[in-house]
Design a protein around this ligand. Structure first.
Ligand SMILES: Cc1cc2nc3c(=O)[nH]c(=O)nc-3n(C[C@H](O)[C@H](O)[C@H](O)COP(=O)(O)O)c2cc1C
Length: 204
C-alpha cells in the first residue's frame, strides 16, 4: 500500500517535527550541520532512471542566510549529463557522530561564470582536475573543464540532534521499554516560501 503521510501512524515524525524557529534561526542551525560535516552527497538522475550519488565538497558559506550550495566540478564528468537530463537534484549531509543530517531538494544550475569561479576558487580544487600538460587543461581556474554546480533548494529538511550521545542512549533505552518513540532532536523544514523570503531579504 502506498500512503501519503499519516501523522497519527507516525509518532516519531509528529513528535520530532518542530518548525517554531524563525527562518533565520533554522538556516543558522542548518549551517552548523553543513560546517561540521563538510562533505555532502549529490544525487542526480540518469536518463535510464537510475539515481547516482557522489561525495562533493561545497564551497564555504558566504553569508548567514545562504541557502544555495556551490560546488566545483569537472564538466566532462557524468553528473553533468545527468543534470542535463534532469535538473532536480538532492544534496544530503550526515554527521555520524551527532546524528544530525540535512537534505536539500532543489534544482542544479550549471555555470562557467568567470567572476563566480574567481570568487570561490582556491588552489586545493586543482586536485579534482589535474594538469593534462596540454597548456589548456591545467587544472587552474581558467581550465575550460572548471564549472560550478549551484544547487538552489526548493525545500530543505534537516534533523538537528538536541541531546548528546548519553542523552540519546538514555532516551532510546527508556522508550524501548515503555513503547514510546525516541526523539532526541528536532526535525525541521525550511519551506520554499521561507527560502524565497530569506533570499529576497538577503539581496536587499
Ligand atoms: C571527500 C570527497 C570530496 C569530493 N568533492 C568533490 C567536489 O567538490 N567536486 C567534484 O567534482 N568531485 C568531488 N569528489 C569526487 C566525486 O565524489 C566524484 O567521484 C567525481 O566528481 C566524479 O563523479 P561522477 O562521475 O559521478 O560525475 C569528491 C570526492 C571525495 C572523496
Amino acid at each position: 500500500m502506498t500512503s501519503t503521510a499519516q501523522p497519527n501512524l507516525d509518532p516519531y515524525v509528529s513528535k520530532a517535527e518542530n518548525n517554531n524557529a524563525s527562518p533565520h534561526e533554522k538556516i543558522k542551525d542548518l549551517h552548523e550541520i553543513i560546517k561540521s560535516v563538510e562533505i555532502g552527497m549529490l544525487t542526480t538522475r540518469a536518463s535510464n532512471g537510475q539515481m547516482h550519488s557522489r561525495a562533493m565538497a561545497p564551497t564555504a558559506l558566504q553569508s548567514d542566510t545562504q541557502t544555495s550550495l556551490i560546488f566545483f566540478a569537472n564538466n566532462a564528468s557524468q553528473k553533468f549529463d545527468e543534470i542535463e537530463n534532469d535538473a532536480h537534484v538532492n544534496v544530503s549531509f550526515n554527521n555520524a557522530k551527532t546524528t544530525s543530517w540535512a537534505s536539500y531538494a532543489g534544482i542544479a544550475k550549471i555555470s562557467q561564470d568567470k567572476e563566480l569561479i574567481k570568487r570561490h576558487w582556491h588552489t586545493g580544487l586543482s586536485a579534482w582536475f589535474g594538469d593534462l600538460k596540454d597548456g589548456v587543461h591545467k587544472g587552474d581556474e581558467n581550465d575550460p573543464r572548471v564549472a560550478i554546480i549551484e544547487v538552489i533548494p526548493d525545500e530543505i529538511r534537516y534533523w538537528i540532534a538536541t541531546k548528546g550521545t548519553v542523552g540519546r542512549a538514555l532516551e532510546t533505552g527508556i522508550h524501548a521499554v515503555t513503547g514510546g518513540v525516541s526523539v532526541p532532536g528536532e526535525l525541521r523544514t525550511i519551506t520554499s516560501a521561507e527560502i524565497q523570503l530569506t533570499q529576497g531579504l538577503h539581496r536587499k
